[in-house]
Design a protein. Structure first.
Length: 294
């Protein structure tokens, strides 16, 4: 895909390079992102509308790692296309980022890591099964107040753990594949490393079961986290450049409705927040204003 390169700076910003917006959460926390990519603008897992909102600041690039998909609509592909059309590079890896990077690669989104490559090729080495389900990267996690702490394990991380254990001779290939199928059969919120250990212990004597579990613990890993680190390293090693795509972005009626709705829900300014806080401090005034508004 041919594209014209532009400097990663904002029009009218006096030549000042802008920061990279990174959507992260359970895969990698903001502190780790900041340590590997100083100056990054870390934001919570992206939902629909968040990439569009991030474009308002004209960042040097957008890095999509984590995204929401259950309680809110997920990141819309058209948001990504609009960012690319505006000359903002969009990178993805590990989780929602890997999925969207594969789906939008033809339009210029850049994917990084083993998970992205597995989705792109349809195979996750050394496994022979098709790698295409989006629940491979899905997990449940806590809220922002708990640092988006993972409450389950992504199937792809259990898959990678089994692959490394098999390569080390801890388990054989039939056992590796059997354990993967056991985890795949579980609903994604029930997948966990503890569940994997329980499945690995089955059918063995107590001593042998604990020995196998102890060996598997040694090979526990998170490919999602490793891919997120690879994305940050790639952004740090090669600062993104703005490009003009060789395709045209169409502002459809649905897109216009989306952007109008987004504009209508612009977050309150500092002065607006202070005024609202003063009103809420006076219960009588708050009730009166709510009645008038209704």
């Amino acid at each position: 895909m041919a594209a014209r390169t532009l400097p990663a700076r904002c029009p009218g910003d006096g030549g000042r390079a802008m920061s990279v917006v990174v959507f992260c959460g359970p895969t990698i926390d903001a502190a780790t992102v900041a340590a590997h990519l100083p100056g990054a603008d870390c934001r919570p897992p992206a939902a629909q509308g968040d990439l569009h909102a991030a474009c308002a600041a004209r960042p040097a690039a957008i890095a999509l790692i984590d995204g929401i998909f259950l309680d809110r609509p997920s990141v819309w592909h058209r948001e990504i296309l609009a960012a690319l059309d505006a000359g903002i590079p969009v990178w993805g890896a590990a989780s929602m980022g890997a999925l969207r990077a594969v789906e939008c690669a033809a339009f210029g989104m850049i994917g990084v890591g083993k998970i992205f490559e597995a989705y792109r090729t349809g195979r996750y080495p050394p496994f022979a099964d098709r790698f295409e389900d989006d629940d491979e990267v899905a997990l449940t996690h806590g809220p922002a107040a708990l640092g988006w702490r993972p409450l389950s394990s992504a199937l792809v991380d259990l898959r990678e753990t089994l692959a490394r254990a098999e390569a080390a001779g801890i388990i054989d290939q039939p056992t590796r594949d059997r354990l993967l199928e056991r985890m795949r059969a579980l609903p994604f919120p029930q997948r966990s490393f503890a569940a994997l250990l329980d499945a690995a212990r089955e059918g063995l004597g107590a001593a042998a079961a604990e020995a196998r579990a102890a060996e598997l613990v040694r090979w526990r890993c998170s490919q999602k986290h490793e891919d997120a680190l690879a994305l940050l390293a790639a952004l740090g090693a090669s600062p993104p450049e703005r490009t003009v795509p060789d395709w045209s972005f169409e502002s459809t009626l649905e897109w216009l409705r989306f952007t109008e709705a987004a504009a209508a829900t612009t977050p309150a300014t500092g002065s607006e927040r202070r005024a609202l806080a003063a009103i809420e401090a006076s219960p009588g005034a708050a009730r009166t204003l709510r009645r008038r508004a209704a």
